[in-house]
Design a protein around this ligand. Structure first.
Ligand SMILES: *[C@@H]1O[C@H](CO)[C@@H](O)[C@H](O)[C@H]1NC(C)=O
Ligand SMILES: *[C@@H]1O[C@H](CO)[C@@H](O)[C@H](O)[C@H]1NC(C)=O
Ligand SMILES: *[C@@H]1O[C@H](CO)[C@@H](O)[C@H](O)[C@H]1NC(C)=O
Length: 263
């Protein structure tokens, strides 16, 4: 990966980032704009009008969110909502699905529940906006910014100053590799090989984001996703060694992510 790019890989260091940011929570925004690429952990309403089981625009989702139900897959704020607040934004970053006009100047949230690094991940749930499509949507944002700011150069200069948060991969495991009745990946690849295939594709996608003007990119690693209730009860049917298998499978992905700046 080109040495000009500042890739901020933080694996499980999110809490440290958050505590650093807390010191400046009430200052002016640390960056003029914040762009978000991700899955249900960051989605703020992009799936609301898609034909999919991966939707959260009904109660009790949002019961603790200031605006109630929005499509966020949580009772309250998402991690990117909280990071946005800690960066000093006085509004939530708008979802791509509803951002209009000058809304995009603060950034856009492209995240889509069930989406992955691979286009097919999450397919059995219905429509979703894969990372490749999220990047296409960002190219559309670049065109809109060019219209707002006058020239492509002005738009790129503006995008250079933004913070980018890119967090995908969970669905490439839970809604792909560990769902052998719907996907072939676990027959094609060992966990180590699969992690490499994912990281290779991710690095190409991050390079495209760089070419679209991104310079400050945060790439969180995957959490122990075998231990979430869905994995434990549905995928593993309470089998603890299955949970351990999933948690172990994401470790080489996280290790590859740390090496990503050297690609
Ligand atoms: C929340 O509601 C307020 C007032 O009703 C509105 O101005 C704001 O845009 C809404 N924010 C979101 C994220 O929907
Ligand atoms: C996923 O696999 C299950 C079990 O084999 C099957 O019933 C279902 O139709 C598959 N779903 C899709 C979308 O292929
Ligand atoms: C539990 O999961 C492990 C690893 O996936 C598997 O080898 C084993 O057969 C499972 N045990 C039962 C009782 O299903």
């Amino acid at each position: 990966m080109t040495d000009k790019i500042k890739v901020w890989c933080f694996l499980l260091f999110l809490s440290r980032l958050v505590s650093n940011l807390q010191n400046c929570a009430h200052a002016a925004p640390q960056v003029p704009c914040f762009f978000i690429f991700g899955d249900s952990l960051a989605d703020s309403g992009n799936n609301n009008n898609l034909v999919t089981a991966a939707k959260a625009n009904y109660r009790p989702y949002g019961i603790d969110f200031p605006n109630g139900t929005t499509g966020r897959f949580t009772n309250g704020r998402t991690v990117v909502d909280i990071i946005g607040e800690l960066l000093g934004f006085n509004q939530f970053i708008p979802p791509f699905a509803t951002a209009r006009g000058r809304d995009i100047l603060v950034g856009v949230n492209y995240a889509s529940g069930a989406s992955g690094i691979r286009d097919e991940s999450g397919r059995q749930l219905g429509d979703r906006i894969s990372l490749n499509e999220q990047l296409q949507n960002h190219a559309a944002t670049l065109s809109r910014l060019t219209q707002l700011l006058g020239t492509k150069q002005a738009a790129e200069n503006y995008l250079n100053k933004c913070l980018y948060y890119v967090s995908l991969g969970s669905n490439d495991y839970l809604n792909n590799y560990f769902m052998p009745s719907n996907y072939t990946t676990s027959r094609l690849y060992t966990p180590d090989q699969y992690a490499k295939v994912l990281i290779d594709q991710y690095s190409q996608q991050i390079k495209l984001l760089y070419h679209l003007g991104a310079r400050k990119i945060a790439l969180p690693g995957l959490r122990p996703i075998g231990s979430i209730p869905y994995s434990f009860s549905t995928l593993c049917r309470n089998n603890v060694s299955c949970v351990t298998n999933i948690n172990n499978a994401v470790l080489p992905f996280n290790a590859g992510l740390v090496l990503l700046p050297n690609f």
